[in-house]
Design a protein around this ligand. Structure first.
Ligand code: DAH
Length: 339
């Protein structure tokens, strides 16, 4: 065999055997068989040989080429196996190690209370709807019978975006929004966040939550209001719970009342919880004011209704015997996990 060819074959075979990576293999392959490779160059050089020499030389080159290709294949298999073994040992998983515990959060007491209230009213056929937290003065005040200079506006001072838009001070504007849509009868509750410019203390926060309720239909009376809310109180606080309605004033209901429930701690005897009175105030309610019905486009000759509003935090604090509202807003997981 041609000396040069023999030298080439020996050198390349050795290189292939020594190669430690697939990249290196490829390098060697290009160096011999590539377009500018050594073997390719030899084939090109054949034109300088005499016509008699050419066939033998050509055959030799092809043989060398075949041997190199075969060796390449073997080396490739060897290296691929090596890499796989290395990877398997690198990625080995110790299934006996203890698993990392996922820390998941906990339902907030507000949320638990909200879902409980929702469950009770959904059971009575109510629908849960939501309204915007940034609200027109018109819905938050005007349509609820609280015109520009009404003193009730003072008690519910809030954050003004501009003169027509406020952060809602109550969930009651949802009443006006739903009535305005004109689809009757109405039986809804509406939970959500409300805002007032209150100082933070154990019982106040500039942002808290309410649940609003509204029923409008033909022949709705104060008895429906009382029956519904008394049943709600029994479902929420226990079957023995008694209710008491005290006359009150809200601009958008007439007559209006506040509802107290018998203290579920002492059963009404009087304790620290109910400040000795045996009763705990829970919500505001009343028959929807005819003027409100009229402003919201509902025929007040044909339809009547009742509404109520309760503070969600208050329910959560009472139910879980939490004595400082600020605890509800710290989102300390150690606190939340207790409920
Ligand atoms: N929106 C009232 C408040 O924030 C609560 C309320 C009272 C809502 C009577 C009502 C209602 O729907 O009828 O103090």
């Amino acid at each position: 065999m041609n000396n040069k060819l023999q030298e080439l074959q020996g050198r390349i075979m050795a290189q292939l055997e020594e190669a430690q990576t697939l990249d290196r293999l490829n390098e060697v392959r290009v160096q011999v068989l590539g377009k500018k490779g050594e073997l390719t160059a030899m084939l090109k050089g054949m034109k300088d040989l005499s016509p008699e020499e050419r066939p033998t030389f050509g055959q030799m080159v092809n043989e060398v080429r075949a041997r190199i290709e075969e060796q390449l294949e073997t080396a490739k298999k060897r290296l691929e196996e090596k890499e796989l073994t290395a990877r398997l040992s690198r990625e080995v998983i110790d299934v006996t190690l203890p698993a990392k515990k996922e820390r998941i959060g906990h339902l907030h007491p507000n949320r638990i209370a909200q879902e409980e209230v929702e469950r009770i009213f959904i059971g009575m056929g109510y629908e849960v709807v939501e309204g915007p937290e940034i609200e027109y003065d018109r819905y938050n005040f005007e349509l609820l019978n609280i015109p520009a200079n009404h003193p009730a506006k003072d008690e519910q001072d809030t954050f003004y975006i501009n003169k027509d838009i406020v952060l809602r001070t109550q969930t009651s504007p949802v009443q006006a929004r739903i009535m305005e849509k004109g689809k009757l009868p109405i039986r809804i509750i509406s939970p959500g966040r409300v805002f007032r410019s209150d100082e933070v203390d154990a019982t106040h926060s500039p942002s808290f939550h309410q649940i609003e309720g509204l029923v409008i239909d033909e022949n709705i009376t104060f008895s429906d209001l009382k029956g519904t809310l008394a049943q709600f109180a029994r479902d929420l606080f226990g079957e023995e719970t008694k209710t008491k309605f005290r006359p009150h004033h809200f601009p958008f209901t007439e007559p209006s009342a506040e509802m107290d429930v018998s203290c579920f701690k002492c059963g009404g005897k009087g304790c620290r919880f109910c400040k000795g009175s045996g009763w705990i105030e829970i919500l505001g309610c009343g028959m929807v004011h005819p003027h409100v019905l009229e402003m919201c486009g509902i025929d007040q000759e044909r339809y009547t209704g009742f509404a109520f509003g309760l503070g969600l935090e208050r329910i959560a604090l009472l139910k879980y015997e939490i004595d400082d509202m600020r605890l509800l807003y710290e989102n300390d997981d150690r606190f939340l996990r207790q409920f």
